[in-house]
Design a binder for this molecule. Structure first.
Ligand code: SAM
Ligand code: SF4
Length: 327
């Protein structure tokens, strides 16, 4: 097992298979790698299925237990099914984060290749608001979610980035997931640091949590990360709030791979990339050890001087007045 100098074991690997995307979300951080490229841009630098398999094989030797594919939009790759099939030979717990726009046609093939679950990003159920935020259409995404449920890529987690333009849509998303107990809602705190000077988009995530706490029927605490799960009838809602959160970083067990095959120890950093292409087996193992050896918690380790968590609260006034979701 790989354990960093602060005692954090590495158990998860998040692999970006492309930098290309068919959407243009206004907040996109592209896994900390900067702006996404268009689907038709040159992509010779992307890892091949065999290169991904080799990385996963070594990750398995180090007892990495789960793999998540991401991007860019992973489904712009026509060979994602092959990538998944090669991955599950070594690590069984394989999932995918997708914008969902191309999922309906691919869900069954991906399930057959061995994919276990999907996260689908959806920030609003209103088509106009969705389009304004994500630069794409809502309808195919809803179809993708239905199909993922049908073929059993479950639980289907819906990722919603919480910022000024989405905060009022939270109650509607809660009602949506309450319809099916194989749907979950993940509220992801907007990360301003990765996308430049858009800090006035942030909302006070602690106030969102307080609102959930007040309104939920039950609040459970997950062992991992001590994260709270808010139950609204059948709906299950979780908050992922990494910004200015040293506790989140202390509990981070994930390393990453860029679409060009570089190991990356932290979402927020690009000064720790370790190239792996063309390495011998022993050099590849050494690359894993190096990236983990250099890992430190971002907040409270790499960055010690950061603002207090609470920020602007005005958009929440409206949210707090919204009726609780119907069952
Ligand atoms: N294209 C896929 C998608 O949108 O799901 C996978 C890649 S995307 C970079 C992964 C996740 O990061 C998505 O749920 C997206 O909404 C989220 N995300 C992107 N930019 C973000 C930001 N600035 N703050 C918080 N989450 C962000
Ligand atoms: Fe970024 Fe995903 Fe949106 Fe594409 S769909 S722009 S990768 S968040």
């Amino acid at each position: 097992m790989l354990i960093d100098s602060t005692g954090r074991p590495v158990t998860d690997l998040r692999i970006s298979v492309t930098k290309r995307c068919n959407f243009s979300c206004i907040y996109c951080h592209d896994e900390g790698l900067g702006p996404v490229a268009s689907p038709r841009s040159p992509h010779a630098e992307e890892m091949s299925p065999l290169e991904v398999e080799r990385l996963v094989e070594v990750a398995r030797e180090f007892e990495i237990r789960s793999i998540k594919f991401t991007g860019g939009e992973p489904l712009v790759r026509a060979d994602l099914e092959e990538i998944v099939a090669r991955t599950v030979r070594h690590v069984a717990d394989v999932s995918l984060t997708t914008n969902g726009s191309m999922l309906a046609k691919r869900a069954e093939g991906l399930r057959n290749a061995g994919l276990k679950r999907v996260n689908v990003s959806i920030d609003a159920l209103d088509p106009a608001a969705f389009h304004e935020i994500r630069g794409g259409s809502l309808t195919p995404v809803l179809r993708g979610i239905e199909e993922a449920l049908r073929v059993g890529l479950t639980p289907v987690k819906l990722n919603m980035v919480v910022f000024r333009k989405t905060v009022d849509h939270i109650p509607e998303l809660i009602r949506f997931v309450a319809r099916n107990d194989r749907l979950r809602l993940q509220l992801i705190q907007f990360m301003p640091e990765l996308v430049g000077p858009k800090t006035d988009w942030a909302v006070d995530i602690d106030a969102v949590k307080a609102w959930l706490e007040r309104r939920a029927d039950r609040v459970l605490v997950r062992e991992m990360h001590h994260r709270r799960i808010y139950r609204f009838g059948r709906a299950e809602v979780e908050v992922v709030d990494p910004v200015y959160n040293a506790e989140f970083c202390r509990n981070c067990h994930r390393i990453r791979v860029t679409h060009q095959g570089e190991l990356k120890g932290c979402l927020n950093r690009n000064d720790d990339l370790v190239p792996t292409r063309g390495l011998s087996d022993s050099a590849l193992r050494a690359a894993f050890r190096k990236v983990v050896a250099e890992r430190v918690p971002y907040y409270g380790g790499y960055v010690t001087n950061y603002p207090a968590r609470s920020a602007a609260t005005s958009p929440l006034i409206q949210l707090a007045r919204t009726d609780p979701p119907e069952e």
